[in-house]
Write a protein that binds this ligand. Structure first.
Ligand SMILES: Cc1cc2nc3c(=O)[nH]c(=O)nc-3n(C[C@H](O)[C@H](O)[C@H](O)COP(=O)(O)O)c2cc1C
Length: 353
């Protein structure tokens, strides 16, 4: 079964094709991951995933989605990640991190608060930044337009966070350029109305991504994989779409990106998204074949046979699971049993499997 075959990307070998999709836990203080993150990520490494990607972690305080986001911009955060990564590695998993800047979707309450955008007196912050001064939705903060200097600071922030990721023992870095966060906002003509070299043409709207990838590759070793998560489409006329995603994937591959983690939506609140089992798999498949680059498929992948079909029919090289792995951190073990594959268990659990 292909799902349980190893896969080598640069010098890193994953024990199977199952990855924990990055999931914000909104549970950090001052950006520092804690025991919650240790147990949450550690359990999924014990559960058998080949790759455990830590949540969207901010490259600077203004780039957090919520006050509870993790970060990777200071020493306390880097040290706290190192402890978690040491454990993940000891379980035979590879530790990855998603580096993020929330752009105009920064300063929100955790989802369970139901607050949406929050002001400084509600524990949020201001200003927030974006390519253009267009708020995400009614009642949300109006972002400040990033100056060229501001853009260069963001690029440097991604580079410094990648360097810290290396110090913390991560072996995969994923750039978050999906779901309407900062980089995605630059890509889409609906959220980027700039008239300088970062807006207008496809080449200008995607310039920041090329700069971020090149800057990260300066400090992120050749031997280690670099992923990027994109939203393949805004699902809106005149917005970002699959054609542009294919072109971007191809451009970024030539700069050192190894895998396109293919999600969709999140940039425009009014988009209507045809959600259903594996609804984003076709995007991953198209990008894979047309840009000739490895992809990850994500979104309502819950069944072992479904996951196996995606990788064995070469629609994607990895499957990333989010909510199903929250429901069951042992999903990889369950999938192996269902597909008739024997995988090793930790010694401590050997009598159960
Ligand atoms: C609690 C939660 C937190 C999430 N946080 C992130 C995140 O930090 N970065 C990201 O790219 N996607 C995030 N997502 C989206 C998931 O990674 C995934 O793309 C999405 O849930 C679809 O996959 P699923 O159907 O397997 O849940 C989050 C999803 C959930 C449920």
């Amino acid at each position: 079964m292909k799902l349980f075959e190893t896969i080598r990307i640069r010098d890193i070998t994953l024990r199977n094709r199952i990855a924990v999709s990055p999931m914000c836990q909104y549970s950090a203080e001052e950006g520092v991951p804690n025991d919650w993150h240790f147990v949450h990520l550690g359990s999924r490494a014990i559960g058998g995933a080949g790759l455990v990607i830590a949540e969207a972690s901010a490259i600077e305080p203004a780039g957090r989605i919520s006050p509870g986001d993790t970060g990777i911009y200071n020493d306390s955060q880097t040290d706290a990640w190192a402890r978690i990564n040491h454990f993940i590695k000891a379980q035979g998993s590879v530790a990855g991190i998603q580096l993020a800047h929330a752009g105009r979707k920064a300063s929100t309450g955790a989802p369970w608060t139901g607050l949406g955008s929050i002001s400084p007196d509600q524990g949020g912050w201001s200003p927030i930044f974006a390519p253009s001064a267009i708020p995400f939705s009614d009642g949300w903060q109006i972002p400040e337009v990033l100056t060229r200097q501001g853009i260069q600071a963001v690029v440097k922030g991604f580079m410094d966070s990648a360097s810290r990721s290396l110090d913390a023992g991560f072996e995969v870095v994923e750039i978050h350029a999906a779901h309407g966060y900062l980089l995605n906002e630059f890509f889409s003509p609906l959220t980027n109305t700039r008239t300088d070299e970062y807006g207008g043409s496809f080449e200008n709207r995607t310039r920041i991504a090329r700069e971020v990838v090149s800057a990260i590759r300066e400090v992120w070793p050749e031997r280690l994989p670099l992923f990027i998560r994109i939203s393949a489409t805004d699902y809106l006329e005149g917005g970002w779409d699959l054609e542009q995603s294919v072109q971007l994937a191809s451009d970024l591959k030539s700069l050192g990106v190894d895998l396109i983690d293919t999600s969709s939506g999140g940039n425009m609140p009014k988009a209507s998204i045809p959600v259903g089992p594996g609804y984003q798999v076709d995007f991953a498949s198209e990008i894979r074949s047309r840009a000739n680059v490895a992809t990850g498929a994500v979104g309502l992948i819950t069944e072992p046979a479904q996951a196996e079909e995606i990788v064995s029919s070469e629609k994607a090289d990895l499957v990333l699971l989010a909510r199903e792995l929250l429901r069951d951190p042992y999903w990889p073990r369950r999938a192996a049993a269902e597909l008739g594959v024997e995988i090793t268990a930790p010694d401590q659990y050997a009598r159960a499997w």
